[in-house]
Ligand binder design. Sequence first.
Ligand code: MG
Length: 388
Amino acid sequence: MLNRADLEEREYLQLSRVAFKSRDSRGRRTEEPADPLRTCFQRDRDRILHAKAFRRLQHKTQVFTASEGDHYRTRLPHTLEVSQLARSASIALGLNADLAEAVALAHDLGHPPFGHVGERALHARMASSGGFRHNAQGLRIVDDLEQSYAGLHGLNLSLETRLCLLKHRMPPGFPRSPDLPESTTPYLEGQIVDLCDRIGYVCHDFEDALRSGLVSWDAFRDLEMPSRAIAHVLDRYPALAGEESPDRSSVLRRQIAGAMLSMLLRDLVLATDRFIEDSPSLRDPEAVRALPSVARQGDEMRHALAELLRALRTRFYRHERVLETMHARARDLEGLFDLLCEERERMPPRFFARVSEHGLERTVCDYVSGMTDRYAMDCVASWATGGA
Ligand code: MG
């Protein structure tokens, strides 16, 4: 049997010099006895997994509203994919995969309903009182809003997990725990999650864009990454050459997206490893934070990824039909925010009770941003018809 002390010892013997070792954690906001079996980051991961905000990811939009089809990704599968990518990359680089997993599972907790348009709508409403950003809100959830443990601040996660979630900078004036800085550079495990997030959403949004029929294969076929990926797939599975184009063949689409994921993940591991080996000043995890960024793609893949992202932005994220739906939802969210500011008693008692300490607008923002797409739509529908 391996207990926590054995696992911590194993990290010291086996992980890279730049990996954050659980034993070195600066602890939690409220001190707690260590778990007999799990390291501090394994415990963080489990707390995140059991959080209500984690379950709500199931009904939050990535690009489409969840109601448009059962096979499009919501934030839950996205989060699990990012977590798996980050674990794979971390294990290959000798980093702390448990820390990376905890950060990955929590990285999208703060997203409001309706994706980025929801985020922009709330930021505009909160402009004069600290603004709104999903990463800052994610921290607010784990530090304060999740109330599952008696006598603790939120989930009471380890400081290093929280610093990775802070990801650079909070909007000025956004409420934060007194022990957190306004901005920081994350540990390498957090930087890996950041890049895996991008790899994950670009590859699966590419797949979802084709599946939706809003973007055709012609828009992608000459780009570096999709063209390389399809060549690789057809080379390996010549029988697929007889398939219809990726617009119609779900197998071909899946294989291309999978090949792109593998290419990008391998490149991330190789380029980051090379950089660490060529930088003798990177002696420990703190030295990582002295540089702007250590995790990286190689030049070629970075450009290819940026090219694909540009195509997705113009063809898919800004597609007339996607924008139309999203703008309508943004107006719904603004309407909900305004209504709740006027009629605060519509909020559940747990939120209503927070108004005196946190202010009306911040409390309404916390409540509205925690809604799933579905719940927000239900509120709009029932309140528009005069429901209580
Ligand atoms: Mg994400």
